[in-house]
Design a protein around this ligand. Structure first.
Ligand code: 2BA
Length: 107
């Protein structure tokens, strides 16, 4: 079994979750915040059998768009050492960690 930790854009979360649930893949949504942009994003916890991992990854990929965002480079530093010039950041599709699950119990 694997646990997918998928960090995706808030705007894609509903579509991704709906598509996963439609395929009977269970998912838990956690509100999270990116360390760089310091804006909200969504982390999905998806526990799946090994042979379902590819299917879950495809669903995430099909429903998560990458986006470009213009931010001030001063926004990205807590120390205010940057100029405040605009910079373009590409925010993924999704960033997904695939973890081995040692055991899984429902009690
Ligand atoms: P943030 O940390 O807010 O990062 C948003 C986007 O800013 C990133 O998109 C990346 O394109 C850019 N970025 C991040 N750090 C940067 C830096 N030091 N210099 C220049 N640009 C930088 P993604 O890579 O698609 O990541 C989207 C979100 O996924 C991240 O939001 C973070 O919440 C999470 N994430 C990505 N990689 C991670 C990792 N290795 N560990 C934990 N969380 C991760």
């Amino acid at each position: 079994m694997k646990l997918l930790l998928a960090m995706i854009n808030n705007d894609d979360a509903q579509k991704v979750m709906k598509s996963l649930v439609k395929e009977k893949i269970q998912v838990t949504k956690i509100a999270s915040t990116g360390g760089f942009l310091k804006t909200g994003n969504t982390t999905l916890l998806i526990g799946v059998a090994d042979d379902i991992v590819e299917k879950a990854l495809n669903i995430i990929q099909e429903n998560s768009k990458s986006r470009k965002k213009i931010v001030s480079d001063a926004m990205t530093s807590e120390f205010g050492m940057f100029s405040g010039n605009p910079m373009e950041v590409t925010i993924g599709g999704g960033t997904i960690f695939i973890l081995d699950v040692l055991d899984y119990k429902k009690i």
